[in-house]
Design a protein around this ligand. Structure first.
Ligand code: SAH
Ligand code: SF4
Ligand code: F3S
Length: 484
């Protein structure tokens, strides 16, 4: 829709419209006027830089911020020393917060040299009162702060910040609003994330996401399908459906519109031009037999399932409020492997949850051995203020956490290596994604099962699916060559 909106035709001297997204386009037009004035004065367009912390949802939100800035006339730069810098933050673990504070320190130096620089902060971390207080006192040079619930209002906030001196803070507690049809600028022309739902209702006891992202709400399936059709028409071949718990997609829709995640996948499968479908994340408690069967029958759904386990001990799983047992999880993974033998299963693991002993970590290790994960992200428990786990007794001493973590990591790496090796010598399809970071004569591609493969090839192959022989396994990735 936004392609058809001509910002020049919007009367910015009239009152702003009240309905969305028209209201935001009005403010984009206002921002463009400001950008033009800047360009006249300085002989160049203002530059912007967006830095993303955190998960795929944040990466997608950053593409939305970028789309708005670009449409307003700002020019993107790789340099953090830009006229407008925005950090889209994450607060899932404390080290994510610490990284933001560190980078803000660096920005302070840039702003001293360029006093017209504007610094904005948004994302999950900004939904915490204690963070806002800390920024007000320790980082007063920040110009604009907003959260996750009013991100669709970015154009309006940007326009207001052009007319404001000092720090502007606009945080909403929650929202049930979903605004469609705002501009987006994708990082990759050939693949894209798509939000299918927002928020989370699971309240795992260690996790801050439900507090900073609000209650679960699903997008209307028609809007999702329309967006994917548009992406396909623009040349996108791979999509990643995003939600904190995609398996419960649809539950918050009005009764007459309710469809399951598996049904949504079936409809997406019909869209011409889309060759690969991925999704994340799946909560094991909500993974249905219908979904397994849809995946099994599909030619487009990738052979990869990210199925976070978190912990293997039933006592810890209960305290985490995960609502499955070790046995149920293992049975589910086994069943999935039987139904779809070439699937890669990956997971998230936490070590050091309150009360967790080394014997509990052994339970996690035994699941890793039994399920044979193709990869696992292993995290040290991070205490998040306001979550139930933060006030649980028996926070685990650092040295015990470290011992358990090292032990688990070793098993995870050994298992993953064996799993990835399974395909040595075979020919598989890879989507060529980019020029290799370390060797410009190579391209990096991704297999359906999410494993990376590096191979000699010309840049013109980027965005295409090519057949690659997986000649050498190097632990987590392959080196291969294109076959005819
Ligand atoms: N919705 C997804 C996970 C989102 S957060 C799911 O439930 O699967 C991504 C991962 O961060 C989680 O799977 C968990 O392993 C980890 N995580 C979340 N909170 C954490 C905390 N307080 N400390 C350490 N790791 C945490
Ligand atoms: Fe956090 Fe649990 Fe929701 Fe995932 S499902 S976002 S871990 S509360
Ligand atoms: Fe982080 Fe927010 Fe994602 S806390 S993991 S960016 S939902």
């Amino acid at each position: 829709m936004y392609n058809e909106i001509d910002l020049d035709k919007i009367d910015i001297h009239a009152e702003p419209p009240t309905e969305e997204p028209a209201r935001q386009y009005y403010f984009m037009a206002k921002c463009r006027e400001w950008v033009n004035a800047f360009a006249q004065k300085n002989g160049r367009a203002p530059t912007f830089h967006v830095t993303t912390f955190g998960c795929q949802m944040n990466a997608r939100d950053s593409e939305k911020l970028t789309g708005i800035l670009q449409l307003a006339g700002y020019e993107m730069t790789e340099e953090e020393n830009a006229d407008f810098v925005i950090f889209n933050t994450c607060t899932v673990r404390d080290n994510a917060n610490q990284r933001v504070y560190g980078r803000l320190g660096e920005l302070k130096g840039y702003k001293k040299k360029n006093p017209h620089m504007k610094i904005a902060l948004c994302g999950c971390m900004m939904q915490e009162n204690s963070v806002i207080e800390k920024i007000r006192t320790s980082y007063p040079f920040v110009d604009l702060i907003f959260g996750t619930h009013n991100i669709y209002k970015f154009a309006e906030l940007l326009a207001a910040s052009h007319e404001t001196e000092g720090m502007m803070v606009d945080i909403w507690e929650d929202t049930d609003k979903i605004v469609e049809d705002l501009p987006v600028l994708r990082k990759y022309p050939f693949k894209s994330g798509i939000n299918i739902m927002f928020g989370c209702n699971n309240f795992c006891s260690y996790c801050i996401v439900p507090y900073v992202r609000g209650r679960e709400r699903s997008r209307n399936p028609k809007d999702i399908l329309r967006e994917i059709e548009k992406l396909a028409s623009e040349g996108v071949v791979e999509i990643m459906l995003l939600g904190q718990n995609v398996n419960s997609y649809g539950k918050t829709l009005p009764a007459h519109e309710q469809i399951s995640f598996a049904q949504l996948l079936r409809e997406i499968e019909q869209i011409e031009g889309i060759k690969r479908i991925r999704f994340m994340t799946s909560h094991p408690k909500d993974l249905s037999e219908e979904l397994i069967q849809v995946m099994k029958a599909s030619k487009k759904i990738c052979r990869h399932l990210h199925l976070p386990l978190q912990a293997g001990s039933d006592r810890i799983l209960k305290a985490m409020n995960r609502r499955y047992t070790k046995e149920q999880y293992i049975a589910l993974a086994k069943h999935i492997r039987e139904e779809i033998p070439d699937i890669a299963i990956t997971t998230d693991l936490i070590v050091g949850f309150p009360g967790e002993t080394l014997a509990d970590v052994e339970e996690t290790i035994s699941v890793v051995k039994e399920v044979r994960y193709d990869n696992a992200f292993t995290f040290i428990y991070s205490k998040r203020t306001g979550t139930p786990a933060a006030s649980m007794p028996d926070q685990v001493p650092e040295e015990v956490v470290k011992e358990g973590f090292d032990k688990l990591l070793k098993v995870v790496q050994e298992t993953a290596k064996k799993q990835v090796q399974r395909y040595q010598g075979q020919v598989m399809e890879a989507l060529a994604e980019e020029v290799n970071e370390h060797d410009a004569s190579l391209l990096t591609g991704r297999l359906s099962n999410n494993t990376l493969v590096h191979f000699a090839g010309d840049k013109s192959l980027i965005g295409k699916i090519v057949k690659v022989r997986l000649s050498e396994c190097h632990g987590f990735y392959y080196v291969g060559e294109v076959t005819d």
